[in-house]
Write a protein that binds this ligand. Structure first.
Ligand SMILES: Cc1cc2nc3c(=O)[nH]c(=O)nc-3n(C[C@H](O)[C@H](O)[C@H](O)COP(=O)(O)O)c2cc1C
Length: 308
C-alpha cells in the first residue's frame, strides 16, 4: 500500500513524543541529529531504540558508532532541536557540551542523558533502527521536557482531569490572582473554543498562524516564519506545500513566502472572523475592561521583551 507521505506524517503526528538530540563521535568529528523516534525497549538489560533516516548525512557515523548519547531536550531547548535538524552547518558551534563515554558529546542542560553502547542495528525500510544498551544515565528534576505533537513543539501540561478536584485552586484563591495561571487557563480555553471554528473556512490552526502572520507582516523568509509559528522548518514546509497547492501562497526567491491574492483574501476573512469572535467574547466584559486587559498584557510584553 502506498500512502500520501504528508497525510501519513500528519497521522503519525497524533502520537506525541519528546525530542532528543542523538550524538556520536566518528574519528575527530562530533555528530548530532534531532530525533523524536527515541523509545524505551527493555528494562533488563536496559535497552532503548531510535531510528535514523538512511538519507541522513551522518548515517555512517551512527551505523558504525560504538557509543552514542541520547540527549532528551528540555522545554527551553527548541533552538537546539532546530539546529540539529538542519544538515550541513557546524551544528555544535555555540552549543554547550561536555564529553561522556567514548568521548561522545553530551548537551549541557538537557532534561536527561542516556549514554549507550550500540547493541544492534536493524533494517527498517528507509530507516535503520538502532538499539542501544544504556551504560549510564542522568536526569534533572526541575524543568520539563520538550514535546512534539501535531508537527509542532509543545509544552507538557498536566491533564485537567488528572487534577485532584479537592486541590484545584478556586479562581478566587491566591493562584486565581496570579497572572501566569490566569494567562495559561485563558489561552487553553480560548484556543479550545476558537480553533475548531477555523474548519468552517477550511483551514487548520497551523495554516491559520501562517496566513494571518503573513497578512500582518508581509513576506517572510521560511526560517523566520518557522520561528514565529514555532514549527520546525520541515513541518512548516508541509503546511506551506498544502497552502501553495490551494493557490494561497507563492515562494519568491528574493522576498520569501508571500500570500497570493486568494491567500490575502482568505487571511482577511480569517482575521474578520477572529475579530468577530473576540468582540462576542468581550461582550461579557464591562466597557474599557477589554482595552485595559490588552494594554496591560502589552505592557507585560514590553517589560519582559517579546520572545524571539
Ligand atoms: C522534531 C524532529 C524529529 C526528528 N526525528 C528524526 C528521527 O527520529 N530520525 C531521523 O533520522 N531524523 C529525524 N529528524 C530529522 C533530522 O533531525 C534531520 O534530517 C537532520 O538533518 C539529520 O541530520 P544529518 O543529515 O546532518 O545527519 C527529526 C527532525 C525534527 C525537527
Amino acid at each position: 500500500m502506498s500512502f500520501d507521505t504528508r497525510d501519513f506524517r500528519s497521522a503519525l503526528g497524533k502520537f506525541a513524543t519528546g525530542v532528543t538530540v542523538i550524538t556520536a563521535r566518528d574519528g575527530d568529528d562530533d555528530h548530532g541529529v534531532t530525533a523524536s523516534s527515541f523509545n524505551s525497549v527493555s528494562m533488563d538489560p536496559p535497552l532503548i531504540l531510535w531510528s535514523i533516516d538512511k538519507g541522513a548525512y551522518s548515517l555512517d557515523a551512527y551505523r558504525h558508532a560504538e557509543h552514542f548519547v541520547v540527549n532528551v531536550l528540555g522545554n527551553e531547548q527548541v533552538d537546539i532541536s532546530n539546529r540539529f535538524a538542519r544538515r550541513g552547518e557546524d551544528k555544535f558551534a555555540g552549543i554547550a557540551i561536555d564529553k561522556g563515554l567514548g568521548d561522545v558529546a553530551r548537551v549541557i542542560g538537557a532534561a536527561a542523558h542516556f549514554e549507550c553502547r550500540t547493541w544492534a542495528v536493524y533494517e527498517g525500510g528507509d530507516h535503520l533502527i538502532i538499539v542501544g544498551e544504556v551504560l549510564r544515565y542522568a536526569y534533572r528534576n526541575e524543568g520539563s521536557a520538550l514535546v512534539f505533537h501535531n508537527g509542532r513543539y509543545a509544552v507538557p501540561e498536566p491533564h485537567p482531569l488528572m487534577l485532584d478536584v479537592g486541590e484545584t485552586p478556586a479562581m478566587d484563591g491566591r493562584l486565581g490572582r496570579h497572572l501566569l495561571y490566569l494567562m495559561r487557563q485563558a489561552l487553553a480555553a480560548y484556543r479550545g473554543d476558537f480553533y475548531p471554528r477555523l474548519a468552517s473556512l477550511g483551514v487548520n490552526d497551523n495554516e491559520w498562524r501562517v496566513l494571518t502572520l503573513l497578512a500582518d507582516s508581509g513576506p517572510l523568509a521560511a526560517d523566520v516564519l518557522a520561528r514565529r509559528v514555532t514549527q520546525p522548518l520541515v513541518e512548516l514546509e508541509d503546511t506551506l506545500a498544502a497552502l501553495s497547492e490551494r493557490g494561497l501562497l507563492s515562494m519568491d526567491a528574493a522576498r520569501g513566502v508571500c500570500l497570493t491574492d486568494a491567500g490575502q483574501a482568505l487571511a482577511l476573512r480569517l482575521l474578520t472572523m477572529a475579530d468577530d469572535y473576540e468582540r462576542r467574547l468581550f461582550e461579557s466584559l464591562a466597557e474599557n475592561e477589554a482595552d485595559a486587559l490588552k494594554s496591560g498584557l502589552g505592557r507585560v510584553i514590553e517589560r519582559l521583551g517579546a520572545p524571539s
